[in-house]
Design a protein around this ligand. Structure first.
Ligand SMILES: Cc1cc2nc3c(=O)[nH]c(=O)nc-3n(C[C@H](O)[C@H](O)[C@H](O)COP(=O)(O)OP(=O)(O)OC[C@H]3O[C@@H](n4cnc5c(N)ncnc54)[C@H](O)[C@@H]3O)c2cc1C
Length: 293
């Protein structure tokens, strides 16, 4: 394949926008095509956005996440908050969290063209561009047919609660038995509880601020000894996790497009972007081998 000059990237989330920026930085003219102009759709808003390599198996996948975390550290971008984490009594110094809206905005500002369009079929785009990258999150399965690993890319629905609190007694990510808390900018906290998430799913109930906040506040108090303010304004964002069939990333050519989809997409974004951009330009990294479609 000759070096592509003009590439379409379908998807403006943290993965698509990162790949688009990496390709543009390599001298490719990139057009991002997405249903939403900003990429900050429900998934990035609901994401805890914890950059970590914890509880990942098999080992090559854990190492892939550790390499991606090291890339975040190396880049030292202002939207990566290198706070470290404490998870069930263990410290994870290199961890941090990402302001996904700021990351996506900076990526999109660096590409040549952004087109707002919902794609149902990639055949016309494959005629128009030298290569088409599909990084459409949960929408990837529908646009990149032909791999059993991509028979679905939609996982379980999760949520993230945000609230104002001037006295939160932690300045890093804290995870205690499925309760996860982190700073969310000055005077703000982001939180989720997998216990509450699983209970609501079993009951067939959609998470709302009204049915999550009282239980979440009680769980935070029981786990940390800190009582979040009772009268604070609480917002909640819900989204289905992006999840290939086996839970591992999918990166490579399938059905005439180059598909990139991953569950830990915030953690992996800068590494995926570098490796995918190099791959598209003919420089294949051996770390991609286990993740082919
Ligand atoms: C509750 C929750 C907690 C999470 N916690 C973490 C965490 O702590 N750490 C971590 O690393 N990851 C976490 N994740 C996962 C991470 O947020 C996702 O992997 C990542 O945001 C996915 O980014 P993406 O760019 O692939 O997809 P998305 O952000 O979903 O973006 C998809 C893009 O594709 C576009 N699109 C889709 N279909 C089409 C179409 N047909 N035509 C045109 N455009 C289309 C959309 O408009 C959007 O621009 C979490 C996710 C959830 C839901």
């Amino acid at each position: 394949m000759t070096r592509p000059q003009h590439v379409a990237v379908i998807g403006a989330g943290v993965i698509g926008s990162s790949i688009a920026a990496a390709l543009e930085a390599s001298g490719v003219e990139v057009t991002v095509i997405a249903s939403d102009a900003t990429g900050t759709g429900p998934v990035s808003r609901a994401s805890l956005a914890w950059v970590n390599a914890r509880a990942k198996t098999p080992e090559y996948y854990r190492q892939f996440n550790a390499d991606a975390r090291a890339r975040w550290t190396e880049l030292a971008l202002p939207w990566f908050h290198a706070t470290g984490a404490r998870a069930d009594g263990e410290d994870f110094g290199p961890d941090g969290w990402v302001d996904t809206a700021a990351a996506i905005a900076a990526n999109l500002a660096s590409v040549s063209h952004v087109r707002v369009e919902t794609v149902t079929d990639t055949s016309a785009l494959r005629e128009e561009f030298d290569a088409v990258v599909v990084a459409a999150g949960a929408g990837t399965a529908a646009l990149a047919p032909g791999s059993p690993r991509l028979s679905t890319t939609t996982g379980a629905e999760g949520y993230l609660v945000r609230f104002a609190a001037s006295d939160a007694p932690f300045d890093r990510i804290v995870s205690i038995k499925g309760l996860q808390l982190r700073p969310d900018g000055e005077g703000r906290v982001a939180a989720q509880s997998l216990t509450i998430e699983n209970r609501l799913r079993e009951e067939g109930v959609t998470a709302t601020a009204e049915n999550v906040w009282p239980a979440l506040r009680a769980e935070i108090l029981a786990a940390t000894g800190w009582a979040p303010p009772a009268d604070t304004a609480v917002t909640i964002n819900r989204a289905h996790r992006t999840h290939p069939v086996d839970g591992l990333p999918v990166i490579g050519w399938v059905g005439g497009v180059y598909a990139v989809v991953a569950h830990s997409g915030v953690t992996l974004a800068p590494l995926l972007a570098d490796l995918a951009a190099r791959d598209l330009l003919g420089d294949e990294d051996p770390r991609l081998a286990p993740f082919r479609p």
